[in-house]
Ligand binder design. Structure first.
Ligand SMILES: [Zn+2]
Ligand SMILES: [Zn+2]
Length: 339
């Protein structure tokens, strides 16, 4: 099959012929119909040594089952439309049985150097991590379930009280899904702070009640003016140096800061600010299987939508150039590969 392969950090992906995946006993092979390009792929492909040479990335995908492993027969059939968590767990440990495979001790991740990802014609997934798409949910929506689940998990961990005032820092795909779920779970105000005008406009379609341009206004007073008070919860959805301290400075006493952005360099904070304000600082990653299930159910019922996030659709041949373009400031939001 053809796949977009990372040969070297900071170099464009290469379209290569690679071996077709074969399913293990508890695995399926899925023909990729849609796969989102994730900001974390852009990040990690630029860090020398972060991924082994030959990695096929792509962890936000949906497609059609084309092969079913021995143990998975009866649970899944060829032709079924699925998406999957981008992990393959053992299926037997406490974490796997609880639908929390990211905590499996023998976890293999998909698209980050272990299991080859979905920037390819086919991808191998675990039967326990795969979920059927309801009939009304298309493949493009299926590929968006993963980023929606990231936002859902972050908002669950934030334990929003009904009527909370929420500040979302960063309007990329994750900031947008965090904003969508904050609204869904009853926030009174969801204010997004984002430098790019295009993303601020998009925020309104993802539940934000207002948006701030942090280059033109001071975020604290601007938030209070729009939300009628200080933020109960601040979601950091960018992951750059210095931002965590800024969030701590913005938070009121006993406020909560939820860190969703992934900063990959050392950063300093002044712990005394956190102590004096008695801040609740949480770090979150990934999701449970139930986050995928709830997302699919609500997409099926038409109660949430992420369609507005898709800005471009590219073929496998177009992916390397599109991937490079996304590394520079861009108006695109979510680029979808349809091999
Ligand atoms: Zn992602
Ligand atoms: Zn396990």
């Amino acid at each position: 099959m053809k796949a977009a392969v990372l040969r070297e950090a900071r170099k464009p992906l290469q379209i290569e012929e690679v071996p077709d995946p074969t399913p293990g006993p508890a695995e399926l092979v899925v023909k990729v119909e849609s796969c989102g390009v994730c900001g974390s792929d852009l990040h990690v492909s630029d860090l020398p040594g972060a991924l082994p040479a030959g990695t096929v990335m792509g962890h936000e995908f949906s497609g059609v089952v084309v092969e079913v492993g021995k143990e998975a027969a009866g649970r899944f059939q060829v032709g079924e439309r699925v998406c999957a968590l981008p992990f393959i767990g053992c299926g037997r440990c406490v974490a796997c049985l609880a639908g929390d495979p990211s905590q499996c001790p023998t976890l293999q991740t998909t698209g980050l150097g272990q299991v080859p990802g979905a920037y390819a014609e086919y991808v191998r997934v675990g039967q326990h991590e795969a979920l059927r798409l309801p009939e009304s949910v298309g493949h493009r929506q299926g590929a968006m379930v993963e980023p929606l689940a990231v936002g859902l998990h972050a908002v669950e961990k934030a334990r929003l009280a009904p009527g909370a005032r929420v500040l979302v820092i960063g309007g990329g795909p994750i900031g947008l899904t965090v904003s969508l779920w904050s609204r869904y779970f009853g926030a009174r105000a969801v204010v997004m702070s984002e430098m790019a005008a295009g993303r601020r406009e998009l925020a309104g379609r993802f539940g934000a009640t207002d948006a701030i341009d942090p280059t033109r206004e001071e975020v604290g007073p601007a938030f209070a003016k729009r939300a009628g008070g200080a933020p109960d919860v601040i979601f950091e959805c960018v992951g750059v140096k210095g931002l965590l301290q800024q969030c701590m400075n913005l938070a009121p006493n006993r406020g909560r800061v939820v860190v969703v952005g992934v900063c990959v360099e050392p950063d300093t904070i002044l712990p005394a600010i956190g102590v004096v304000k008695e801040l609740d600082l949480r770090f979150v990653v990934a999701y449970h299987k139930r986050d995928f299930e709830l997302t699919l159910a609500l997409l099926d019922q038409g109660r949430i939508s992420s369609d507005a996030m898709v800005s471009d659709v590219v073929s496998l041949a177009q992916l390397p150039a599109a991937f490079e373009a996304l590394k520079h400031p861009t108006i695109q939001c979510k680029v979808i590969l349809e091999p």
